[in-house]
Write a protein that binds this ligand. Structure first.
Ligand code: URP
Ligand code: ZN
Ligand code: ZN
Ligand code: ZN
Length: 467
């Protein structure tokens, strides 16, 4: 007998519609939906019935930008794939797309194999990889074709971090030209890292060593300049472009201008840029280090442009860029020198709830919430239909969400392996109640039922985004 689950009586929300429907799950997939109370729905039976009355039934979140156990800044991010995917599930995310890393002088193959080794048998939820290309040359360009065939269809390059991940314009152009031929999507970290490094040295020489100076030297203009430049390079290469972690109003304007011309240019922002600001970076006693990430947090005035971009579709995706470092022993590496603070913020567990709070606050609609957090990232990275929606044939990655629950975000109660919360004390309305991954319970009424090794690698197709 097949393995059936029935979710009864909830409001099913996808990016396209909202309906009171019962959802039938069979062998890990969505088998059918039918109006709650209808004859068809009443005829269904299942081994497990979940009552979703007064709850939302939403697709599991797709977080297209995470860094678990990521070697960076002389240390490694503090969530492993095991702890990080568990925390993701607690927060209603059922798929992550993490970044495999090519080291300079090594092949893409070696980098990708190392990440498969880290994730094999460890993840609680499904996962896919982008590939960070650190060393663009004849052989790595050739390898990109092979990776596309293996379902690694997106590649991140950097105009920032000289000496680490930085690529010059010629290398970026060559990677984009390759993407134009094999259908891959190039993701860009767009900040002028060469100019920023000059400003960093000048600030340190002046004695400006506190975390807030991290935000000051990584100027919004230098994000906008790099964004403008990579858009032009993508036009020359005739390749689509996805700009990650957009934080500056001026960078949003560059994306909007390109999109107004009809160019296939896309943008992502993150909860930290929508909810936090340079006020956090300025917190005393080195507490500002908790908020050091790149691109940096901006003055609060930038947030309106980000929210507007999410409403007008000049920004398509909200991912976390989850890259946690403990305050004790990791962020502290940069006491007396902000440039030595490992860059990154925790958030994989908080994204769905923070965006639901934006629904409560009237900033976005419920369907837009599901679009930017589930459907668009799945479409952008080539696995929509399997993930990102609730429809017959899709993987049964489903979240029962209680829109009326109240919670206070805190390191004392979160499940991420990091000793602080970027949102400590923040009260939000809405909470994940139950989570299914391919039909299996991962969270049941806020009891963890998942296991390391349930999560499987998701090979991806080419981007399904055209405009
Ligand atoms: O500060 C950040 N964003 N850390 C992660 C690495 C990156 O650039 O995405
Ligand atoms: Zn980046
Ligand atoms: Zn411009
Ligand atoms: Zn990142």
């Amino acid at each position: 007998m097949s393995n059936r689950t029935l979710i009864r009586g909830g409001l099913v929300i996808t990016a396209a519609e909202e309906t009171y429907a019962d959802v039938l799950i069979e062998d890990g997939r969505i088998a059918a939906l039918a109006a709650s109370g209808s004859e068809a729905a009443r005829a269904w039976t299942a081994e497990r019935v979940i009552d979703a009355t007064d709850k939302y039934v939403i697709p599991g979140g797709v977080d297209a930008h995470t860094h678990m156990e990521f070697p960076f800044g002389g240390t490694a991010s503090s969530d492993t794939f095991e702890t990080g995917t568990r925390a993701a599930a607690w927060g209603g995310t059922t798929t992550i797309v993490d970044f495999a890393v090519q080291s300079v002088g090594r092949s893409l193959r070696e980098g990708l194999d190392a990440y498969h080794a880290k994730t094999d048998g460890t993840c609680a939820i499904d996962y896919a990889f982008h590939m960070i290309v650190s060393d663009v040359d004849e052989s790595s360009l050739k390898e990109m074709d092979g990776l596309v065939g293996e379902g690694v269809t997106s590649f991140k390059l950097f105009t920032a971090y000289p000496g680490v991940f930085y690529s010059d314009d010629g290398k970026i152009l060559r990677a984009m030209q390759k993407a134009a031929t094999n259908g891959a999507l190039i993701m860009m970290h767009a900040e002028n890292g060469i100019a920023i490094d000059v400003l960093v040295q000048q600030a340190l020489a002046r004695g400006d060593t506190d975390p807030r100076h991290h935000g000051e030297v990584r100027r919004a203009l230098l994000e906008a300049e790099a964004t403008h430049r990579v858009i032009q390079l993508a036009r020359v290469a005739e390749a689509p472009l996805y700009v990650v972690h957009v934080s500056a109003e001026e960078a949003v304007a560059e994306l909007a201008a390109a999109r107004d011309k009809g160019l296939p240019v896309f943008g992502e922002t993150c909860p930290q840029y929508l909810f936090l600001s340079t006020d956090n970076l300025a917190e005393p006693d080195f507490e500002g280090a908790k908020y050091v990430c790149s691109t940096p947090l901006r003055p609060r005035e930038h947030q309106a442009a980000l929210w507007r971009g999410l409403r007008t579709d000049d920004l398509q995706v909200v991912s976390t860029d989850h890259c946690p470092f403990c305050f004790t022993g990791q962020k502290e590496l940069g006491r007396g020198d902000f440039s030595k603070i490992p860059n990154g913020l925790p958030g994989v567990e908080n994204r769905m709830d923070l965006l639901h709070q934006a629904v409560v606050d009237g900033r976005i609609t419920r369907r837009r919430w599901i679009e930017i957090a589930c459907a668009a990232p799945a479409r952008m990275f080539g696995f929509y239909g399997k993930k990102g929606t609730i429809a017959p044939g899709a993987d049964a990655d489903v979240v029962i969400y209680d829109p009326a629950a109240e919670q206070t975000m805190s390191a004392a109660t979160h499940h991420m392996n990091v000793d602080y919360s970027a949102y400590e004390g923040k009260r939000v309305r809405g909470q994940v109640e139950t989570v299914l991954s391919r039909g299996e319970l991962v969270l049941e009424r806020r009891e963890f039922r998942g296991r390391a090794g349930h999560g499987a690698f998701v090979p991806r197709g080419l981007t399904q985004y055209v405009n």
